[in-house]
Write a protein that binds this ligand. Structure first.
Ligand code: 3PG
Length: 218
């Protein structure tokens, strides 16, 4: 298991965080291995299946994998994810209760936001790294550009409707550190070669360094 301890270091591991909905724990390790071999290290296991906690435990055994719990909605979800070895937590939104508990636990935390009020609630709690969700349905790139402008201290991981085809455009935004998406691992019996190839293509997507971005604007 690879260890990292800040949300920035997790968001910077690769341009893409795979969002995983795994229904059979037997697939957990081969899928995690394929993603890591392809160059993607931060893996978000969504708590949308009854076996998700077991999947976090299995994937955490894979060298090079930094496994997080996703779709974390409650303190119970958070606790179960931590006990299974999750190294970061992603939630689709931000409540005071979940935010307070996540911060107190010390786990790197990436809550979802879709409005200025959501971001301001996060800032009040000391958070400034957010998942922009649902990215496409909430207005796509124009929405995030407008939303991010007053919040220069914030960085985002857009998720929801991101694909290999549109990811680069999102990654070119100044305040986008990485994107998340489920396209890397389609539902059903995993095709390991295809997952590895998807991961390789995703890992090659460019993320411009902030200094380069400012130069390219001049
Ligand atoms: C998420 O939970 O982050 C999204 O549901 C993933 O969205 P996608 O399936 O459109 O990538």
């Amino acid at each position: 298991m690879t260890k990292t301890n800040t949300i920035d270091s997790i968001m910077e591991l690769a341009p893409v965080i795979p969002v995983l909905v795994i229904k059979d724990p037997a697939y957990a390790r081969p899928i995690a291995e394929a993603l890591v071999v392809g160059g993607l290290h931060a893996l978000e296991v969504t708590l949308r299946t009854p076996v998700a906690i077991e999947v976090i435990r299995e994937m955490s055994k894979v060298d090079g994998a930094v496994v997080g719990g996703g779709t974390v909605l409650s303190e119970g979800d958070l606790q179960a994810s931590l006990e299974a070895g999750a190294q970061f937590i992603v939630s689709p939104g931000l409540t005071d209760r979940l935010g307070t508990t996540a911060i107190a636990s010390g786990i790197p935390f990436l809550p979802g936001i879709a409005t200025a009020a959501d971001i301001m609630r996060g800032l009040d709690m000391g958070l400034n790294r957010f998942k922009f969700f649902p990215a496409m349905a909430a207005g796509g790139i124009p929405a995030l550009k407008s939303l991010a402008a007053p919040f220069h201290q914030c960085r985002f991981c857009p998720t929801g409707g991101i694909t290999q085809e549109n990811a680069a455009e999102w990654l070119a935004l100044d305040q986008v550190t990485c994107v998340g998406g489920s396209w890397l691992v389609p539902p059903g019996r995993p095709d390991i070669a295809a997952i590895t190839a998807n991961a390789r293509s995703a890992a090659r997507l460019a993320v411009l360094e902030p200094a380069t971005r400012f130069q390219s604007r001049a």
